[in-house]
Design a protein around this ligand. Structure first.
Ligand SMILES: [Zn+2]
Length: 112
């Protein structure tokens, strides 16, 4: 494979599954399987409510997100992202695969 297709495989999901109530599992095309805590995904929400559209500064208070946050629904957006209906009634965020892979790699490097 070329370097370019490797980079594409890193951010291409071939399967998603729930891991209990608190995490999302993603199988990536490069062979890696990730488990990302749902709360970390919720905290990374980049929608206009959670993040300043101009500066990118976070507007979301992490303290406001419960430790046991769940997702009622997880659905694809085209072939580039996932959307979640969160148990805190928030559902406007779009989570591109690139963002989810970055979260997954960060979680893994922190040993969680
Ligand atoms: Zn949001």
């Amino acid at each position: 494979m070329t370097a370019r297709s490797d980079a594409q495989a890193r951010v291409t999901a071939v399967g998603i599954h729930r891991v209990g109530d608190a995490a999302l599992g993603i199988n990536w095309a490069d062979g890696v399987t990730s488990e990302i805590p749902l709360r970390e995904i919720r905290l990374a929400c980049g929608c206009a409510v959670c993040r300043d559209e101009l500066t990118g500064a976070p507007l979301l208070d992490p303290e406001s997100i419960p430790g046991n946050i769940g997702a009622y629904r997880i659905a694809p957006v085209g072939n580039y992202a996932l959307t979640f209906d969160w148990s805190d009634s928030h559902s406007t965020g779009i989570f591109p695969w690139e963002m989810l892979r970055a979260l997954a790699d960060r979680s893994a490097s922190e040993g969680r």
